[in-house]
Design a binder for this molecule. Sequence first.
Ligand SMILES: Cc1cc2nc3c(=O)[nH]c(=O)nc-3n(C[C@H](O)[C@H](O)[C@H](O)COP(=O)(O)OP(=O)(O)OC[C@H]3O[C@@H](n4cnc5c(N)ncnc54)[C@H](O)[C@@H]3O)c2cc1C
Length: 380
Amino acid sequence: MVGAGIGGLAAARALALRGAEVTVLEQAEAIREVGAGLQISPNGFAVLRALGLADALRAAGVQGQAVSLRDYRKGEVARLDLTRLDSRDYYFLHRADLIEVLAEGARAAGVRIRFLQKVDRIEPGARPAVHLSNGAVLEADLVIGADGLHSKARQALNGTVAPFFTRQVAWRAVVPNVEGRGPEARVDMGPLRHVVSYPLREGRLLNVVAVQERAAWTKESWSQRDDPMALCAAFQDFGPQVRDLLAQIDEVYLWGLFRHPVADNWHAGGVALLGDAAHPTLPFMAQGACMALEDAWALADCLAGDGALETRLTRYQARRAQRAKRVVEAASGNAWKYHLSFPPLRWAAHSVLRAGGRFAPERMMRQFDWIYGYDVTADP
Ligand SMILES: Cc1cc2nc3c(=O)[nH]c(=O)nc-3n(C[C@H](O)[C@H](O)[C@H](O)COP(=O)(O)OP(=O)(O)OC[C@H]3O[C@@H](n4cnc5c(N)ncnc54)[C@H](O)[C@@H]3O)c2cc1C
């Protein structure tokens, strides 16, 4: 397994629980406090439950109750009641906490996690090989590329396809929850910008992601810092609640949002892809981690089936590719809805949301059923 991220660790535990011998190679020197908040919706939680990690996850997360959709100056427009979902298992989590739960779960199942193992190249073949940057070459029966956005495994199977810049950048930060926000996510929507915020770690922290449309290109990286003043300046016409929230930030990261096509080939020559390596997803449906978890389960399940290795991997791709494409497309199509800049259009859109929230709250939630209501662990 290449990559001790969310998909890699989940797949490692799933495979080890089925009797496989699994080694995870991770470039980082340790499981570190990198990243900020993630949302785990019921479809992702179903995998964690099936992996026996539900209690650990519940202890680490904040159970989400609602999503408040807000106009950037006037406040709440509509409210999505997460308690109306068939499963109440919707959690806000720090990425580091989820990684910790998964890493412990993987180790407990017998998985070896090796740090400081940067993979340079993967060579598919009868006996696939992994070339490390320290010169070592490792062989295995199967190499799983769970190496995220800039995947070497994807490159080996699909070549290099340049992603395109969406003309959107996102800042992310974590601040103390001084306003005492309850277990709800807020989306403050303004022209060409929006801010998403929700509580983490027993409500002690708030995760903040602020998105802006702009022409200037920014690197696609989780570790690039920016000046907090630049963020405040970009949202200075938002209402006082948002401005106060952003004013608290003293450390902020900026990343460019790029669209990548879903990989054509998810496997070949004993190498398989999962998670962001196969289908990087924009953050607008908060599904990147959940899709990686679903892939992890489906891959382990297919590998436990009959037939030659490549037949089992073909079954895996068939089971996952269409759903992954649909989610990636839904996420890509969502940003403009938050960013309407023409005031009459924004007014009309917010009126529809307001009416939907007031008169048809059930219907508003049902539109997400195809994502949240899906349980990959119950899908043969
Ligand atoms: C550092 C980091 C911070 C993130 N922060 C957030 C966040 O704040 N909010 C959010 O919504 N999403 C965040 N994400 C993305 C989110 O976690 C993923 O979209 C999602 O979980 C998909 O999971 P994945 O397992 O496919 O990939 P990831 O969870 O991205 O894991 C990939 C893993 O592979 C490792 N890796 C990559 N290349 C190599 C290599 N050549 N050799 C060895 N190891 C390699 C990486 O270090 C990483 O541990 C972050 C991802 C990363 C890597």
